[in-house]
Ligand binder design. Structure first.
Ligand SMILES: *Cc1c(COP(=O)(O)O)cnc(C)c1O
Length: 462
């Protein structure tokens, strides 16, 4: 493997992205890729928004080019400000499981709007949403809505501490649980992309109660419980980690977490903000049959609008204010327009056998990718479950943050730019998950595979 990387680095090496590949010149794919409007907007954005973006990975910073600005999106397609269309595998970073702007969600939002945009008073649709979540997730007996995944994880950890009366939290390196101070320790996603898994502005005292351990390392978890007896409030985990690429738990790892937390009176929190309603109707827990104490949700649950949720065992959830002493609130939480959008998306998913379709598309993509890698004798690591996938630019197995980071970034960068040039938008970072939607067709997947074949062949040659 080492040889392989060195070989690639040498061939990709100095002067790599030469003039013939400049995005300012006409490309071999027959159009000029220079993005006049996007570049103008990015210049303006950079004057008034830090890095020109409202969330860091969007800036394409390590890719050394301006991001494209989207003017509209429908189905699996994005259209940018210069009128160029892309097949999208980022899917709003997870929420767009039915593709962009699905009719069912648009109709629900349009029906909700004339009733008012929100009142800060209970509404019928909040009850319907809570009933739906509790029905889909057997582990969730009560649920509270928030406005983002970050709020959900922050509240769930506070609740775990309040319920157990304990201080310490175990998390795993490379797992991302939103930008909560105490969880921005060895965090994945944008934090990783920009090389800052530990954020400035988080005093060490805040981080001191967070124990970050390697994913899939049962011995490390056992050692932490032995070291802090009776002091660990919870273990929070992405049951299928999707924020340092996408990889899977080893057989028995999640079962081990369930067993050891129960034995020590700590809570097990499944952060299913990304995997909830995605890996199965009831997320990873529905697929593997493990019952966590608390679950955090987000992304898909909002149908494209800003929504998160945390829920779990009744006895634990009843510690939340106003029933219990753990304070948690939100001016816009349970917003009726957002609830209507989310509910419409969930109802559609349920009514249309969506998970069979997503698995079919995922399997088709995986088969194609494996064939391409075989044909090119490029034994890169590819991971997939259902509609989530990741191509690692590494030939070694990936099962934790350390192995996820072994990939060749320059190789990824060239692959990404070639895909973009060919009208396929994959995540602009090697540490993000790819998402299929029900709006992708077999033809979209096949077109993507053709683009991938060209992109990887080029990367291979260099
Ligand atoms: C996206 C994500 C979050 C944070 O959600 P936001 O809505 O971005 O705050 C938390 N946990 C996981 C697993 C996520 O993927």
């Amino acid at each position: 493997m080492q040889m392989f990387v060195i070989l690639l680095q040498n061939t990709l090496g100095a002067g790599g992205m030469g003039a013939q590949n400049s995005l300012e010149s006409p490309t071999e794919y027959g159009y000029t890729a220079r993005m006049v409007e996007s570049e103008k907007l990015f210049e303006r954005a950079c004057c008034v928004i830090p890095g020109g973006v409202n969330s860091p990975v969007r800036a394409f910073r390590r890719l050394e080019r301006a991001p494209f600005f989207v003017s509209r999106a429908k189905g699996c397609h994005l259209t940018d400000e210069d009128g160029k269309q892309y097949i999208d595998y980022v899917g709003t970073w997870g929420p767009a499981i039915l593709g962009h702007a699905p009719e069912c969600v648009l109709e629900a939002v349009q029906a909700a709007i004339p009733q008012g945009l929100g009142y800060g008073i209970p509404t019928r649709v909040e009850v319907e949403m809570a009933e739906t979540v509790c029905r889909w997730f057997p582990s969730v007996e009560k649920v509270r809505m928030t406005n983002s995944g970050t709020e959900a994880t922050m509240s769930a950890v506070r609740l775990a501490r309040g319920y157990t009366g304990r201080k310490y939290v175990i998390k795993f390196e490379g797992c991302y649980h939103g930008h909560v101070d105490s969880l921005l320790v060895s965090a994945g996603s944008g934090a990783l992309t920009h090389g800052e898994p530990d954020s400035a502005g988080v005093p060490e005292e805040f981080a001191a109660l967070t124990i970050a351990l390697p994913y899939n390392d049962t011995a490390a978890v056992a050692a932490a419980f032995a070291r802090y007896p009776g002091q660990i409030a919870c273990v929070i985990v992405e049951p299928y980690p999707g924020n340092a690429g996408f990889y899977l738990p080893r057989p028995g790892f999640l079962e081990f977490l369930r067993e050891i937390t129960a034995r020590h009176g700590a809570l097990l929190i499944f952060d299913e903000v990304m995997t909830g309603f995605r890996i199965s109707p009831a997320g990873v827990q529905g697929k593997v049959g493990i019952t966590p104490d608390l679950t955090t949700l987000g992304k898909i649950i909002g149908g494209g609008l800003p929504v998160g949720a945390f829920g779990g065992r009744r006895e634990v959830m009843d510690c939340v204010s106003p029933l219990g002493p753990v304070y948690q609130a939100g001016t816009l939480s349970g917003n009726p327009v957002a609830m209507a959008a989310g509910l419409a998306q969930l109802r559609y998913l349920e009514a249309h056998d969506s998970y069979t379709r997503l698995e079919m598309l995922g399997a088709r993509l995986e088969e194609g990718v494996r064939r391409i890698l075989r044909d090119l004798a490029l034994p890169l690591t590819f991971k997939r479950s259902g509609s989530m996938f990741c191509l690692f630019f590494s030939t070694e197995d990936v099962y934790d943050l350390r192995t996820a980071m072994r990939g060749d970034f320059e190789m990824f960068r060239r692959y990404f730019l070639s895909m973009l040039e060919q009208g396929v938008y994959v995540a602009p970072s090697p540490y993000e998950t790819g998402f299929l939607s029900t709006a992708h067709t077999e033809a979209d997947v096949d077109a993507t595979l053709a683009a991938m074949q060209r992109a990887l062949a080029k990367v291979r040659q260099m």
